[in-house]
Ligand binder design. Sequence first.
Ligand code: ADP
Length: 365
Amino acid sequence: KKKIAIMTSGGDSPGMNGVVRACVRMALHMGCDAYCIYEGYEGLVQGGNLIRKMEWYDVRGWLSEGGTLIGTARCMAFYEREGRLKAAKNMILNGIDALIICGGDGSLTGADKFRAEWPSLLEELVANGTFTAQEVHPFSHLNIVGLVGSIDNDLSGTDATIGCYSALARICHAVDLIEATAYSHSRAFVVEVMGRHCGWLALMAGVATGADFIFIPEKPSEDNWREEMCSIVEHHRKIGKRKTIVIIAEGALDREGNKITPTMVKDLLADKDGLGLDTRITTLGHVQRGGTAVAYDRMLGTLQGVEAVKAVLEATPDTKTCVITINENKIMRKPLMEAVLDTKKVAKAIERQDFEEAMALRDTE
Ligand code: ADP
C-alpha cells in the first residue's frame, strides 16, 4: 500500500487546510495510506508523533478553518544535509516514499533539494548502519509534488497561489472599514499591506478599493513621486472626495531602490505647507493572513490537492518534480524548479533596480 504524506511549510495561508483535507481524502480514495507531517520540515526532521496517520474523519470540517491545523514552521535543520538525513530516516521508518508539500518558494526549493539528494541520503543511511540495503530498497525513488500556499501571489508560473484571494478580500474589507472613519473626519490613511517582494496584493487592493495612490516594488513611481501623489490627492480633494487612501506594499521602493515607508508618505500628506491632511497610518499585518479562506481558495486548494495526489502517484524516476499551478482557469503541472527560479529572477531584478525587467517577468507569469 502506497503511503503518501502531506505537509504545510513556510508562512501559513488561508486554504492550506483545504489542501490537507483534499490530499488526505484523495489519497484514501486512491487506496493509499495518508499521513500528515506536523510543523513543516521540523516534523520530518524530528519524526515521532509529528508524523501521524490520517483517516477520512480526521480532516472533517477543515475547509472552513483558517491557518494550517497541522502547523507550519521555519526549520533551520532542513537547510543542512544532516537535517535532511534525519528526515530521510523518518520517512523510511514510517514507510513513506511520496510527499506533498504546500508552501512558498523556500519550501519548494527545500523539497527539490531533498529529492535530488535522496539516493545519496539512502546510501549514507545504509553506510552508517541505520538500515540495510534491503530495507531501503523499496524507497529507491522519492516522489515529491509541490503546491503553492502563499498570500503574496509571488510564485511565477501560476495565476494564483492558495491564500492570495483570501488576503486580498481581507485587505478590501479592512479598507472599507477605514474608509468609513476616513470619510467622517475627512482624513487620509496610509495602509501598508503584505506581499514581500511582490506588489500583487497592493495593486489588486488598489484597484478593488479605488485607492488614490499605490506603491509597489516592481514599478516604483517616477523620481517625482512625491509631487505626483500630492497632485493626484489634491485633485481628488478638489472634486469633493472626503477620504484619501494610499496603499503601500511592504516591499515598496523608489527608483533608487530605497524603501518607501508609510511614515514618509504620511509626513508628505500631512505637511502643513502642502496638503495638510489629518493623516493616519494603518499597518494591516497578520489580519491579512488570519481567518477562513474565501471560496476561491477553498476551491483552488481542493482541486490542486486532488491533482497533487494524482501527480505523486503518476511520477516516475524520469519526471521532474512538479508544482501544481492554475493557468487560465485550468489546473496544471509544471516543473517545480523552473517556477522557483523564475520567481527568484523577479526578486533579483528588483534588487538590482532593473524594474523594466521585473515588470516584464511579472507580465509573462
Ligand atoms: P516559504 O516556503 O514561505 O518561502 P521559507 O523560505 O522560510 O518559507 O522556507 C520554509 C522552510 O523550507 C525553511 O524553514 C527551511 O526548512 C526550508 N527551506 C527553504 N529554503 C531551503 C533550501 N534552500 N534548502 C533546504 N531547505 C530549505
